[in-house]
Design a protein. Structure first.
Length: 307
């Protein structure tokens, strides 16, 4: 027997044996599992096709010489023949497409069992059970739930005490910092990140109605400290002239216009969790894996611990 074919048969035997041992010897084995059976079938087909096609063309290169009409283009003197696509290659290409369509419609259709599908169904069932069980909780029970969710999802950035871990994230024990207010006043903010319609302009669009002029550096410093200090101290007049028209005289915001900058509220925190937020520290991602009740609970907890 030709050595080339002998080595091909040896390679086929080794590869198929390794595939069978890998799949058949794994947890569960074949056990009439169509996915594992398809894996074995596909491996057999791929090995047979690959080895014998390689042998065929290696043999062909040993004995054949190129012929046919050369294309006009060449690259560094290397030309290309205008030969037709090899029949075997074309047949295998079409069979591969047929195999793919068969696999998705009959061999392993999308409505068949899958671990991902089972997980998704279990998740939906669990979420429905959760919402039914906890949809009406309020008060201390809601805050307790929020603390549990916070410790599971939020403490990695904000810290177990919600203090922001030395500036890694926002300190949630107080509504807002001087740096955050100053950053927004200077650079503006796209409130669409908070589910709102109106963008917050930067300093070039902020007028102090008391003076009729653009807000100054000194006024930015004063009003930033005023807001961060819980809407108290020096700066009330600047706030009234430049900020109250959107945020309200008390800083508690207006729905669909501007957020509450005086204090946290469950609704505000829920909106940030749903849409994310960009600030002086960076971008906080949205938390799609939390359901509405969990977001509300986190909001209730943060509101309860903040000043």
């Amino acid at each position: 027997m030709n050595k080339l074919y002998l080595w091909g048969i040896i390679i086929i035997a080794v590869m198929l044996g390794a595939t069978y041992l890998s799949v058949g010897g794994s947890k569960g084995g074949l056990n009439d599992d169509i996915v594992n059976m398809l894996a074995i079938t596909g491996a057999v087909a791929l090995v047979l096709i690959t080895v014998f096609v390689v042998i065929k063309y290696v043999r062909q290169m040993q004995v054949d010489s190129a012929s046919g009409e050369l294309a006009d283009e060449n690259w560094d003197g290397i030309g290309e023949y205008k030969n037709s696509v090899p029949t075997g290659w074309a047949v295998m290409f079409l069979l591969t497409m047929v195999w793919g369509m068969w696999y998705f419609t009959i061999g392993y259709p999308v409505n068949s069992y899958s671990q991902i599908g089972e997980y998704n169904e279990d998740t939906l069932a669990h979420n429905a059970k959760f919402e039914a069980q906890y949809k009406d909780i309020t008060g201390d029970r809601l805050i307790e739930m929020g603390e549990s969710v916070f410790l599971a999802e939020c403490k990695v950035c904000h810290g177990i005490n919600a203090d922001g871990i030395d500036g890694k994230a926002a300190n949630l024990n107080k509504r807002i910092s001087v740096a955050s207010v100053k950053h927004v006043l200077e650079k503006g903010s796209n409130n669409k990140l908070l589910g709102m319609e109106m963008p917050m302009p930067d300093r070039n669009g902020l007028l102090n109605s008391n003076t009729g002029a653009l807000i100054t550096d000194a006024e930015i410093e004063i009003v930033s400290a005023y807001v961060a200090n819980g809407m108290s101290g020096e700066g009330a007049d600047v706030f009234a002239g430049a900020c109250s028209m959107c945020h309200g005289a008390d800083g508690k915001g207006m729905e669909f216009v501007a957020p509450n900058i005086a204090s946290f509220s469950p609704a505000l925190v829920s909106t940030i969790l749903a849409h994310g937020k960009k600030g002086v520290i960076g971008v906080m991602p949205k938390f799609e894996r939390l359901n509405d009740k969990q977001k509300e609970a986190v909001g209730a907890y943060i509101t309860s611990i903040s000043k």
